[in-house]
Unconditional design. Structure first.
Length: 256
């Protein structure tokens, strides 16, 4: 059993030995996988379903959970630093099953040993962490630049990849309350935007899924289209080339 693609370079015999330490846990929708403040000793790898990652608004047990991002199939969550082996880490985040999910759990000391023996695993985990940081930056940018309608529509299209239920569709089990938590909007605003999209024929409910019409308008990074970003990049390249040309042609004055 491979468990995760990052273990593909590990010899099969080692992977078989790893199975003695790997635990496969099953969660129902809204089950807590990991709680903020809980000692954390493991790496979590999503085998199926979808997890929401959140921060509580305060330290009380009834604090509202603000959704920061999601973990889909093959996504990894490290509950502690790889270099910190002398004491258990305390989780700063909460993981909750947004859909019925299965999660592989591997002790952090085993992960550290794998990283020491196979540096490619360490590099892959660094890449995963960097991509997650970039994703959080994109989400913050969306919240500050997009209108409520574009924000909700963009998240709906994102859910077709996070919780796919056919082509350009996501599971109806994803609640409006969860979408509101992720977008930073009220549930009433999310409900209004969804109803407006449905009336315009851009969204329709079908069985267990919500189907979205194909649209380039919401296939964006920050509310800017890929084409506009390409033009900005080309302009930057031209400006840089112009500066380099000017510097190359510069003649030092005789009096300098």
């Amino acid at each position: 059993m491979l468990i995760h693609p990052l273990l593909s370079e590990v010899p099969q015999g080692v992977r078989q030995q790893l199975m003695r330490f790997v635990e496969l846990r099953h969660y129902r929708k809204n089950d807590v996988v990991l709680l903020t403040g809980q000692p954390a000793f493991s790496m979590y790898c999503v085998a199926s379903g979808l997890l929401r990652v959140g921060l509580p608004t305060d330290a009380t047990q009834r604090a509202e959970l603000i959704t920061t991002n999601f973990l889909r199939v093959n996504d990894i969550y490290l509950s502690g630093p790889l270099a910190q082996a002398d004491r258990p880490n305390i989780s700063e985040l909460t993981l909750v099953a947004a859909l019925p999910s299965a999660v592989y759990v591997l002790p952090m000391d085993i992960v550290r040993g794998l990283c020491t023996q196979y540096p490619s695993i360490s590099m892959a985990l660094v890449d995963i962490s960097l991509e997650r940081a970039n994703m959080l930056r994109r989400q913050l940018r969306r919240r500050s630049t997009l209108s409520a309608e574009k924000m909700v529509a963009r998240v709906l299209h994102e859910l077709t990849q996070l919780a796919p239920q056919g082509t350009r569709a996501f599971s109806k089990r994803i609640s409006q309350a969860l979408i509101a938590s992720y977008t930073g909007l009220s549930r009433g605003v999310v409900n209004k935007v969804i109803n407006d999209l449905e009336q315009r024929g851009q969204l329709r409910r079908s069985g267990d899924s919500i189907q979205l019409e194909e649209s380039d308008e919401y296939d964006t990074l920050f509310g800017e289209t890929q084409e506009s970003l390409r033009k900005i990049y080309q302009q930057q390249q031209q400006q840089q080339a112009s500066k380099e040309s000017s510097a190359a042609n510069y003649k030092k004055p005789k009096w300098a």
